[in-house]
Write a protein that binds this ligand. Structure first.
Ligand code: ADP
Length: 401
């Protein structure tokens, strides 16, 4: 069964074509800068890479280019796009309604629309992707896989803020959590690696990339997570601040430089985090290189230290919440690739039953799953390359097969 996965952003479309079951990737690609004149599609088939530069005014034209690429005799992998049996859409916000992937019908489309207010940058383009795919592939079932769904099992004490209860009732302000597909996928893999049923594993999953979040997982279900009402909360990220004292916002707003709330919002989302602290970059590799040159008291090193400190603080919180932790899991660009960050986050936790094997942490084969803990460590430490698209393909296949 051929399954197409589509992730529609405001000016981009990411896609992957799978042969299911077995999650074999037939082709994938990224269309960028839609509506900006210099649009470019990078399409990959196995090791082959094709670059197509041409103006793409809108998502409709973009999807039609992608579909024609997939069935192109020179670059494609299909004889005809009618071989596509289902389409899985990554949808950022499912509100309080969806705790699972859903076959898309008018009701689901209505709910995604209702959640546009909660995710104004993401849900509208997600909806456009669904509408355009429905037009281009009539009769093909579509599935929505929500970034928020895995965290719908949070108990009320974890998802409610200390605000007047009416604010939750009136404006739906609560913790939703994001990166759900990654936390769900890694929970599934970790259970397999630990040789336990998913319903019996307790985990702390750490998705560390440009955007970063952690989740506390009890008996296979998310019971707390670091992102909140929006993906700005929690850990220090590439350009996002993570948690801060809410009183900072009205205080800054009283200063002339930040008299517009939109400027505060932009600063918190785009100019903070690793970039804002270091003054150099949001990229962990660059910061590692710069810190090695500039020394322990440099701002790049300070940015790395704050990043790791915040992760360790959440680890402590989640150990207390879970009581028993079978494994701490690392995924995402930084979680999978930075031995230094993993080592710094876990340093000194031996008394809590967490000890990594420093050699294994540094030397295990890139891109593979690995248990990097010492044999005596009560809690396992696992590095698990995440596969959000593969998980969306699985969910789509399960609902449509
Ligand atoms: P996104 O959230 O955009 O999907 P990724 O998961 O791709 O981000 O993670 C990007 C981050 O991973 C960047 O900060 C990058 O520097 C970091 N990263 C990738 N490879 C390495 C590496 N070998 N060592 C340290 N950091 C790395």
């Amino acid at each position: 069964m051929i399954v197409l996965i589509v992730n529609c952003g405001s000016s981009s479309i990411k896609y992957q074509l799978y042969d299911m079951p077995g999650r074999k990737v037939l082709a994938k690609g990224l269309l960028e800068r839609i509506g900006e004149g210099a649009s470019a599609l990078t399409h990959r088939r196995g090791e082959e890479k094709f670059e197509i530069a041409r103006p793409i005014p809108d998502h409709k034209t973009g999807l039609s280019l992608i579909l024609s690429c997939l069935a192109d005799p020179g670059r494609g992998v299909l004889k005809n796009v009618r071989e596509i049996s289902a389409v899985g859409h990554r949808v950022v916000h499912g509100g309080e309604r969806y705790s699972n992937a859903m076959r898309i019908d008018q009701d689901v489309i209505g709910c995604i629309g209702d959640c546009c207010d909660l995710a104004p940058l993401h849900n509208p383009p997600n909806l456009v992707g669904i509408q355009e795919c429905t037009l281009a592939l009539p009769g093909v079932p579509m599935v929505a896989v929500f970034d928020t769904a895995f965290h719908q099992t949070l108990p009320r004490e974890a998802y409610l803020y200390g605000l007047p209860y009416e604010i939750y009732e009136r404006y739906r302000i609560r913790k939703y959590g994001f990166h759900g597909t990654s936390h769900a996928y890694v929970t599934n893999r970790a259970a397999k690696l630990l040789g336990k049923p998913e319903a019996e594993v307790n985990l702390i999953t750490c998705h560390l990339g440009n955007g970063s979040s952690m989740a506390a997982v009890r008996n296979g279900k998310s019971v707390d997570t670091s992102m909140g009402f929006t993906p700005l909360a929690g850990l220090v990220m590439g350009t996002r601040s993570g948690d801060l004292d809410p009183a900072i916002i009205p205080y800054l707003n009283s200063k002339q430089e930040y008299s517009r709330v939109a400027d505060i919002d932009r600063m918190l989302n785009k100019k903070s985090g690793l970039l804002g602290i270091s003054g150099i970059s949001n990229d962990m590799r660059t910061l590692g290189d710069e810190a090695a040159k500039a020394g322990a008291s440099s701002r790049p090193q300070l940015a790395i230290n704050i990043f790791c400190y915040r992760i360790k603080a959440f680890l402590g919180q989640y150990m207390a919440i879970l009581g028993r932790v079978d494994a701490v899991c690392f995924m995402g660009g930084i979680g999978e690739n930075s031995a230094a960050v993993r080592e710094q986050c876990l340093a000194g936790l031996e008394n809590f039953g967490i000890a990594i094997d420093l050699q294994k942490n540094r030397n295990f084969p890139r891109g593979e799953e690995c248990d990097i803990s010492e044999a005596a460590s009560r809690t396992r430490v696992l590095v698990i390359p995440t596969d959000e698209e593969g998980w969306i393909a699985e969910e789509t296949y399960k609902l449509c097969k």
